[in-house]
Design a protein around this ligand. Structure first.
Ligand code: SAM
Length: 263
């Protein structure tokens, strides 16, 4: 539902407030933005450098997450999410946003460039809204709107995340740790974890945020060949020749959950 997020949205062209008029969002200056039939609003203002995850990747992501394999990540995020408006930057199917909202009384908003992802995110939770917007550009969200910004395996825009967070708000970032999915990387051609990941995250957030907590979360996942196939399929690896195992496999899922405060 877009209504809960409306007070926090701003026109991507002029920065003014947005109101809903039938199947569009409009600002007082007359800029108008369509709402898709599937419930998300397009606030990209035509600034879309790429299309994000494909329909196939999103379908695999939905199937893999629904099987519960990453519930431990969702639970850890939800436990660290305070009351208040939640923005999920790079929301995907809305899985993590929905799990956080389950524990809160407030609304949430997911941002993504992938239309197949947004179709799911828009109906992931009764209090979740979904917006088509590029994380690398200015976000169509008012200053100091969010108590929490979630960012799970998605691009980070330190300056904008800082601007949209309330004073005292929290940025929760999940990134792959060194051994993440190592069995599928070694034997099945999956793309490995970027060794510069930590430095890249630091570069994106330095000057805007200070890390106040870091937790490594690790689980051994027992996966059927189909499940391993969906795990590979939800990443770019499938397009780079990675192949699913033909038998059950144990896979290490290892991520870093970092808690940041604005500085
Ligand atoms: C690896 S997926 C993670 C999705 C979700 N956070 C999850 O973990 O299930 C990365 C997501 O970021 C989105 N994305 C990539 N680049 C983006 C950009 N510049 N702006 C907005 N979303 C972007 C993709 O479309 C995709 O849904």
């Amino acid at each position: 539902m877009i209504d809960g997020a409306l007070p926090y949205l701003r026109c991507p062209n002029c920065g003014q407030e947005l109101r809903r008029q039938e199947q569009a969002l409009r600002c007082p200056r007359g800029h108008s933005f369509d709402m898709a039939r599937q419930g998300y609003a397009d606030l990209s203002a035509g600034r879309l450098p790429h299309v994000g995850d494909t329909a196939e990747m999103v379908a695999d992501r939905e199937a893999f997450l629904a099987a519960g394999h990453y519930d431990f990540i969702a639970d850890a995020l939800a436990d660290r999410t305070p009351e208040g408006f939640v923005v999920d930057a790079g929301v995907g199917t809305g899985f993590y946003l929905a799990r956080a909202l389950d524990k809160l009384a407030d609304s949430g908003l997911g941002l993504d460039v992938s239309k197949p992802a947004l179709r799911r995110a828009a109906r992931a939770h009764p209090r979740a809204a979904a917006i088509l917007a590029d994380l690398w550009g200015p976000l169509p969200i008012v200053d100091a709107a969010a108590s929490t910004v979630l960012n799970v395996f998605a691009p980070r825009n330190g300056a904008e995340f800082r601007r949209i967070l309330r004073p005292g708000g929290v940025l929760l970032v999940v990134t792959p740790a060194a051994g993440h999915l190592r069995e599928l990387i070694a034997a099945h051609g999956m793309i490995g974890v970027d060794p510069d990941k930590e430095a890249k995250v630091r570069n994106a957030l330095d000057g805007h945020f200070a890390a106040v907590d870091r937790t490594e979360l690790t689980r051994a996942l027992r996966l059927t060949p189909d499940e391993a196939g969906t795990l590979i399929g939800m990443t770019p690896s499938a397009r780079h020749g990675a192949t699913a195992p033909t038998e059950e496999v144990t896979v290490t899922a290892s991520v870093q959950l970092s808690v940041y405060k604005p500085i």
